[in-house]
Design a protein around this ligand. Structure first.
Ligand code: IPM
Ligand code: MG
Length: 354
């Protein structure tokens, strides 16, 4: 098939991990006789430096015209340590999500047999854990009115959700539950927050339409605890924007490393595929970052955006093989660490040979 992929490498380790993911997509292209075009565009701190805008109009046009977006990471300590900065790299990512209508972020949490010993949890707790976290991505406290008053001495961030926003994400949750093990956990804070009570009300209205699915309601603080206590009890979890952000960082480390988890953001326009980790500025330019989450994001791109299942499966197989062989970056093995590009090359060679 022919496809046009927008490539937004971003900041920090972004360019290095994207470089390895592109080796992989080029290998897939060759092996399965596809024809992809790649269009690079700037976002994040590097776009602020270049044109003063973390998500320039030109970048948005490239994303809208593409069949999929492969995204690295954004963020820069220059901005993190400056709370009064008016323009921030993260605004670029948020604006991209909003403008592309990416209301759902799919974050599969899967464990790798060969990495169970790296998990901070006991093997018997984590072995076989496999769940899908569906995070609402364009609403809630991230996008409500925010500001300062009282001479800047009071700050506020409003959390707002509409029925329409809640219904479409819950519907997706139920559809995934139907495709998986038919258990949906709706995570909220309905004992305190009005937005959460609307979530729960709508979930209760929808639940009878999916009689085969067991709906479970869980407060977010309890969910944070249960993810580490009984991760195997989850099948599909659906939650609002900020809870999903926090819970998926937590969930990612039970698999052994934050550097392993991919994500797909889907919605109204072009889908975006990106690792769930950040721009890891301390590692930028050192060729040490783990490229696996981005390579697995490329696998999700083949499966979700292009419906190329065999291609996605081969990438997953290659990644699993690299982990089994211990051909891994330093976040996984300090003693025998390989570089970012060595891991990318190994996975690419495996794909070409199988
Ligand atoms: C994520 C990140 C972003 C978020 C940041 C970089 C704005 O943490 O994708 O999880 O909070 O959504
Ligand atoms: Mg996050």
């Amino acid at each position: 098939m022919k496809a046009n992929i927008a490539v937004l490498a971003g900041d920090g380790i972004g360019p290095e991990i994207i470089r390895e993911a592109l080796k992989v997509t080029r290998a897939i292209e060759k092996k399965f006789s596809h024809e992809f075009t790649y269009t690079e565009a700037i976002t994040g701190a590097c776009a602020i430096d270049a044109v003063g805008d973390p998500y320039p109009e030109e970048t948005h046009k490239i994303c809208m015209a593409a069949d999929a977006v492969l995204f690295g990471a954004i963020g820069d300590p220059r901005f993190d340590n400056n709370p009064t900065a008016k323009v921030r790299p993260e605004q670029g990512l948020l604006r991209m999500r909003k403008m592309l209508g990416l209301y759902a972020n799919l974050r599969p949490v899967e464990t790798f047999e060969s990495l169970l010993h790296k998990s901070p949890l006991r093997r018997d707790l984590v072995e076989g854990a496999n769940f899908m976290c569906i995070r609402e991505l364009t609403g809630g406290i991230y996008f409500g009115e925010k500001g300062r008053k009282d001479n800047d001495n009071t700050a506020f961030d409003n959390c707002v959700y509409t029925r329409e926003e809640i219904e479409r994400i819950l519907k997706l949750g139920y559809e995934y539950a139907m495709k998986r093990n038919k258990k949906l956990t709706v995570v909220d804070k309905a004992n305190v927050l009005e937005t959460s009570r609307l979530w729960r009300q709508i979930a209760q209205e929808m639940a009878p339409k999916y009689p085969e699915v067991e709906t479970q309601y869980m407060f977010v603080d309890n969910a944070a605890m249960q993810i580490i206590q009984w991760p195997k009890n989850f099948d599909v979890m659906v939650t609002e924007n900020m809870f999903g952000d926090i819970l998926t960082d937590e969930a990612s480390v039970i698999t052994g490393s934050l550097g392993l988890l991919p994500s797909a953001s889907i919605g109204l326009h072009t889908s975006v595929f990106e690792p769930i980790h950040g721009s890891y500025p301390q590692a930028a330019g050192k060729n040490i970052a783990n490229p696996v989450a981005t390579i697995l994001s490329a696998a999700m791109m083949f499966e979700y955006a292009f419906n190329l299942k065999e291609e996605g499966a081969l990438i997953r197989k290659a990644v699993a093989a690299s982990l089994e062989q211990g051909f891994v970056t330093e976040d996984i093995s300090k003693e025998n660490a390989k570089s970012t590009s060595e891991v990318g090359d190994w996975i690419t060679n495996y794909i070409m040979a199988h």
